[in-house]
Design a protein around this ligand. Sequence first.
Ligand SMILES: C[S@@+](CC[C@H](N)C(=O)[O-])C[C@H]1O[C@@H](n2cnc3c(N)ncnc32)[C@H](O)[C@@H]1O
Length: 293
Amino acid sequence: MSDLACVQFLQWVLPRMGMRWRGFRKVRRQVCRRIRRRLGELQLEGFGEYRRYLESSPSEWRILDGCCRVTISRFFRDRGVFEALGSTVLPSLAATIDSGGVVSVWSAGCGSGEEPYTVSLVWEKRVSGAFPEVGIRIVATDAEPVVLRRAAEARYEEGTLRDLPPKWVDSAFRPASGGEEGEGLVLLERIRTSVEFRHEDVREGMPDGPFHLILCRNLVFTYFDQSTQVRLLQRIIERLVPGGYLVLGAHEEIPDGRWPLSLAAGSRCVLRYSLPPSGTSCSTGASGASTSR
Ligand SMILES: C[S@@+](CC[C@H](N)C(=O)[O-])C[C@H]1O[C@@H](n2cnc3c(N)ncnc32)[C@H](O)[C@@H]1O
């Protein structure tokens, strides 16, 4: 079964699932491998037979959807973004919180925990010293049970940590011990306690919020089609506090439209939510905060 056959199958199937081929072009290997494994389970000869099977088995679409999750991630991915979070975004949010309160964060499509745990690390290393009376609470959601199990274990291969400052690795991880399966480094409990993982498909549900910071990177704005992006972006914005921040992946953009978001923190991946002044609508752009990208 050739790569071309898989590509043609994906080009047929993805739009039918509210996804776009463009997002998968460079990372299709993982997805094609899973689909081929599924063909084996069903004892089907090729993608043509699978197409016919899908047309007569509505329940199979859900299984195929699960095959189309790209789970690549790593700690400190897109370093500039986490530097902006540590130097500007998180301190400015912490400054608005009363003593004893928390900065609330949502990591949507959190993978095996690399992203929310990086936020927790950045908080400890860069922010908490200046705001000892303020805490951080991170809700991390993902649709894929396998990555959530890994996130709960918090044991990582060293390659996944390669972008972290070495001193952070030394002070926040320990070698896996005999009782733990496999090798690698385990993130210490004190960094893990601020993160709560939940199994949730972002298209079907989102944590209530409100959040000061939402990271939605390398998921909605890469893999989903335009109308799904618009629908989900509306719901994401509803969950931000005014003045809160939305972080995108390095190669992502929000769909065209006038959204109450403006570029912030000197990074094209960090957007700030600003309510228009009362009496004006977003679409007038009168606040200067409504931005189309
Ligand atoms: C490419 S990874 C990105 C991980 C992390 N956000 C980052 O940027 O490094 C995408 C993650 O989204 C998850 N995912 C895919 N479809 C999803 C959905 N419909 N709802 C929630 N999570 C989903 C995948 O399981 C995967 O862990």
